[in-house]
Design a protein around this ligand. Structure first.
Ligand code: NAD
Length: 368
């Protein structure tokens, strides 16, 4: 299969970790007989420096002509004092809006070999494997611009959702649960908010279309507590923008390192943008110590959600797990140990593990 991928490395360590994603995807292409065509474009600070704006038209066109987008990270001290509309983060908000990406998916997996890196006790996080599906384009963060005001004595933000916006994200939640362990927790604040009461209605209606998925409602305050008390309880959580923002950051801390967390932002037709949760980490830029695994795991999500290449995606996830199980870590996971692998060496380990699996498969076939 041939697929076009828009590659937006961005700033800081974004460029370093993107290198890992492309090399790993090339290894997957060799193993499974695919072609991934990479089309490069600038975003964030890199685009400001070259083209004077964080999201050039050409970048958007490259993305629109591609089958999926990989993004590194944007931002850094160099661009911090620019006016709001020219800051690198504008590129990120702009691209999500322009591409119509309304569903943010963040998996949180506690790798056995990294359990000590978590701030929670090992017995609490063992077996954690959840996915948070967050609505990305509505709710309190966007509201109704004409109603938003602050006159110094009174301030108003509005929470606005249409039924259609709720339906499409709730469908994403059910579909994700169907592909996983078939348990969906819908998070709201239906005891207080009108919008949450409509959300519950929509969940109940949609549940009829997914009879194989067990669904429950949970208030957001209870969900926040449960995430710390028993995170392994969850399979898929679906929720609106603000609740999802807070809960996904809370959940992300379970794994102990930002360097391990991938994410996807999707449309209904399967098109998506895939990026690590972490930022451009200017403090470690150019030192070859950035953990490339969040970006590599983001490309595995691309294979799964945009290209329907489940086996290929699992081969990346398996290789990452095996490298960690064998005791290889980057310095963010190894408590600064001098034995920690650099970015390049970690990328090589993952590729070696992928190729090793390929060679083993060859031997097994020969004996079959
Ligand atoms: P950050 O995620 O860049 O870094 C936070 C800390 O985590 C730093 O100490 C960093 O060294 C470490 N870290 C992050 N990723 C790592 C990795 N892969 N391996 C090892 N260590 C890693 O967040 P920040 O410092 O708050 O922000 C830096 C810049 O990134 C800012 O300009 C911010 O606006 C931007 N940012 C961008 C995104 C994005 O592009 N999606 C997200 C968050 C922050």
């Amino acid at each position: 299969m041939k697929r076009k991928v828009a590659v937006l490395p961005g700033d800081g360590i974004g460029k370093e970790v993107m290198e890992g994603s492309m090399k790993v995807l090339n290894a997957v292409a060799d193993r499974f007989g695919h072609t991934f065509e990479f089309h490069f474009a600038r975003i964030g600070g890199a685009a400001i420096d070259q083209e004077g704006m964080p999201l050039p038209e050409e970048t958007l066109n490259t993305c629109k002509k591609s089958d999926a987008v990989l993004l590194g990270a944007v931002g850094g001290p160099k661009w911090e004092n620019l006016p709001g509309h020219l800051r690198p983060e504008r590129g990120l908000l702009g691209i999500r809006k322009e591409l119509g990406l309304f569903a943010n998916l963040r998996p949180v997996t506690a790798f056995d070999s990294l359990i000590d890196a978590s701030p929670l006790k090992a017995d609490r996080i063992k077996g954690v494997d959840m996915l948070i599906v967050r609505e990305l384009t509505g709710g309190l963060y966007f509201g109704t611009p004409s109603e938003r005001r602050n006159n110094g004595k009174e301030v108003v933000d509005t929470l606005h959702y249409t039924r259609d916006e709720m339906e499409r994200i709730i469908d994403q939640g059910f579909e994700a649960a169907q592909k996983r362990n078939k348990k969906l927790t819908s998070v709201d604040k239906a005891n207080v908010l009108e919008s949450s009461r409509m959300w519950r209605e929509v969940v109940e209606e949609k549940a009829l279309n997914y009879p194989d998925v067990e669904v429950e409602h949970m208030l957001v305050d209870a969900a926040a507590m449960k995430l710390v008390q028993n995170p392994a309880y969850f399979d898929v959580i679906v929720t609106e923008n603000l609740f999802g923002d807070i809960l996904s950051d809370e959940a992300s801390m379970i794994t102990g390192s930002l360097g391990m967390l991938p994410s996807a932002s999707l449309r209904s037709d399967g098109f998506g943008m895939y990026e690590p949760v972490h930022g451009s980490a200017p403090d470690i830029e150019g030192k070859n110590i950035a953990n490339p695994l969040a970006m590599i795991l983001s490309s595995a999500m691309m294979l799964k959600y945009s290209f329907d290449m489940n086996e290929e995606a699992e081969s990346i996830e398996k290789a990452v797990k095996e490298v960690l199980d064998a005791g290889y870590y980057t310095s963010d996971l190894a408590n600064g140990s001098p034995k920690a692998l650099g970015t390049d060496a970690m990328i090589k380990k993952v590729i070696y593990q992928l190729e090793e699996a390929d060679a083993t498969a060859g031997i097994m076939e020969a004996y079959a």
